[in-house]
Every structure is written in C-alpha cells, then in structure tokens.
Design a protein around this ligand. Structure first.
Ligand code: SAH
Length: 358
C-alpha cells in the first residue's frame, strides 16, 4: 500500500485503516501531520473546554477495567451535594469555560435521575442558558434521556468501550446489567432524541487487536456520531483486568496507538469533536498536547472539588488530581499556545459535524 496515496483519501477501507494504525516512526508522523492539516482546514485551531464535574462514584456496574466498579470496596463512595455542583458551575462561568460535562458512576434509580434533572434546570437558570452541558451518566431509558434533554442537556457521551461484541464481553461481566445490545440501543436512542451524541473506546486493552480498532473507527463513522472520546486503557490494580496487564503494550506504544486512532478518525470524520483525554496525560506529560496535534479539539479540565478527586479513580495516576481550577486554566492556556492552538473561551463549541447534519 502507498502511504501518500492513502493519506489523500477521504474514504478508507478496513485494510487501509489497519495499515495506518500499524505505522511507526516517520510514517506514523506523516499520518499525524496530515490529520493536523485536515483539522486546521476543517475546524481551525480552537480547542473547546468542558469543565468536568465527577458527580458521583456510586455505581451499579462492575466493568472489569474500572476502578469505581461496584465490587471494589477499597475506597469511599461519594456524591456531590447540590451546592457543590452549583459551585462547580459558577466556577466554570468565572473561568469562562463555556461548557460543563457531568460524569458519574451509573445509577438508574429515580432519586438519581430526578436529581440530575433538577441540577440541569438549576444550572441552566443560574447561567441563563449560557453554559453548554454534556452528560456522561451511562445507560438510561429513552424516557430518562428525553427528560434530561428537555431539562437542558444537549450533548451526551456514552462510550461503547469496544464495538466488537466478543471483546465487549471479555471486559464486562456477561449479565443483564452489562449487555452489549442495550448499550448500542442507548446510543441510538440518544441520537434519535436529538443529542449531539458521542461515543468512544479504550485503546490498548488486553485481547484487543488492530483489526478491532479499525472496526471501532468504522463503527463511529457508520453511526455518524458528532463526537468521540477515546483514550488509552490504564490498568487498575483493584480490577479483574489487572491480571492481564502483561498482555498490554508499553505506555508509549498505547499512547502512540491512541494518537493514530485520533488521526485516522480525523481523516475519516473531519468535522467531529474529539477529546484529548486526561488519560493521555497519565501516560506522558504532554500526552494531551500530542492528542491535540494529532487531531483532537476538546479538553476537559477538572472542576471536581479536590477532596473527592482521589475517590474518582476509574484508573490510577490520573493527571492533575491536585490542581486547583484556577491553576488549571493558566496551565492549559500556556500549553495550547505552545502548540499554536487557542482556547475557545465562553463558547459551547458544538460539533461542526452536528450543525452540518441538520
Ligand atoms: N458511567 C459512565 C461514565 C464512565 S467513566 C458511563 O458508563 O458512560 C468514563 C470512561 O472512563 C469510561 O467510559 C471508560 O472508557 C473510561 N475508563 C474506565 N476505566 C478505565 C481504565 N482503567 N483505563 C482507561 N479508561 C478507563
């Protein structure tokens, strides 16, 4: 296969994606450079922020990779108070972030779903509708998704984790609460309700192949999602998948594979929003900048009150756990300037792929 020819494509076959995901050294650099060029041409050099609120680590699921799985009893469970959430929203406004992301362990009881509805309404009133809100609160019924949409959430991120059913069941318990088809149905329901829907996968999982990752990219394209959040898998010692940590590639290789996934997807879906995940920075100090240079355009600075952050350990050694939000803003500003990008303050930063499809 000829790299230069493939890089000029806008449509890619599965084999071409496998070829691109296998590149190394100078050839890999050519892929990343091409993705940056396409990003700058299609959506520019602005990076949008989603102030992240890690609302609760109470979770009914037991995903085999996740540190806050219900079966892990080695830490305290917390849920932010209403006031703490409101304070985070005010902080986002003070810092001119433009948008919030509320992420949480999964619960589907009515107390929880009503509370999210209430908080969405409060935040909208408080900000006079100026703060964009992304939710990432797992699988819910179409009725709940609709209620939250009507209460003011307009983007929703639900990672499929792996679009390959067999791999999905190797990283999740095979039972009623972890059903592959339910997750697919949830994604479709988000799209049909009118959310800017996002999905994504973890990269470098044990048992995962390059073929699986190429199929994940084609899955995102087929679903025509407006946004994608992908990041490297980071083994957590209190989870069942830790047993297979020797099967995974070294940190730098998992980060490189993440960069190649981002770059390929930028070529495949030029206008979508794509996150430079905090997990990238866990693997390398400049991991998030590297992701932005490979085609990502969203960063999620953490607004969670510092005292809870150690308890939201979905994976270990999360970056920036000790940072104060104000420090975070200055730091991000400089980091983006150093790579010729700028932060889009006070903007929702909606996916241009979504606007175009309407
Ligand atoms: N309960 C919500 C939010 C999950 S946490 C939901 O189900 O959508 C957000 C993401 O963290 C997950 O979707 C998963 O992709 C990622 N994650 C969890 N454990 C991880 C690990 N060990 N390494 C890397 N990413 C992880």
């Amino acid at each position: 296969m000829n790299l230069e020819n493939i890089l000029n494509n806008t449509l890619f076959t599965r084999d071409e994606l496998i070829f691109l995901l296998s590149l190394e050294g100078d050839d890999m650099k050519k892929l990343l450079d091409r993705a940056l060029e396409v990003k700058l041409r299609e959506i520019g050099n602005e990076v949008y922020l989603r102030g992240l609120i890690e609302y609760s680590n109470v979770c009914v699921k037991s995903c085999l990779y996740c540190g806050v799985r219900s079966k892990n009893t080695n830490f305290n469970r917390y849920t932010l108070t209403d006031q703490e959430v409101i304070d985070c929203a005010k902080m986002a406004m003070d810092l001119n972030y433009g948008s919030l992301a509320i992420q949480s362990g999964e619960r589907s009881d009515k107390n929880f779903t009503d509370k999210i509805t209430y908080l969405l309404k409060e935040i909208n009133t408080l900000s006079d509708g100026k703060l964009g809100i992304t939710l990432s609160c797992g699988e819910q019924t179409p009725e709940v998704y609709r209620e939250w949409f009507e209460a003011g959430a307009h983007r929703y991120l639900l990672r499929i984790e792996s679009s390959n059913q067999e791999l999905y069941y190797r990283i999740h318990p095979n039972d009623k609460t972890h059903n592959f088809q339910t997750r697919i149905d949830a994604l479709n329901s988000l799209i049909s309700i009118g959310y800017q829907a996002g999905t994504g996968v973890m990269i470098g999982l044990p048992f995962q192949t390059i073929e699986n990752l190429a199929d994940d990219l084609l899955f995102f394209k087929k679903l025509n999602v407006a946004m994608v959040g992908m990041g490297p898998f980071i083994p957590h010692s209190d989870t069942p998948l830790y047993e297979y940590k020797d099967l995974i590639a070294p940190d730098r290789q998992r980060l490189d594979l993440t960069l190649k996934m981002i770059a390929c997807l930028r070529l495949l879906m030029p206008k979508i929003n794509m996150v430079a995940a905090t997990a990238d920075q866990t693997l390398s100090p400049n991991g998030r900048e590297e992701a932005v240079m490979a085609g990502a355009n969203i960063i999620m600075p953490n607004l969670t009150p510092t005292k809870y952050r150690e308890e939201y350990m979905i994976y270990p050694n999360k970056a920036c756990v000790g940072d104060k939000p104000q420090e975070c803003q200055g730091c991000l500003d400089n980091r983006m300037k150093s790579i010729d990008h700028k932060i889009g303050y006070n903007k929702w930063g909606d996916s241009k792929a979504f606007t175009n499809s309407k």
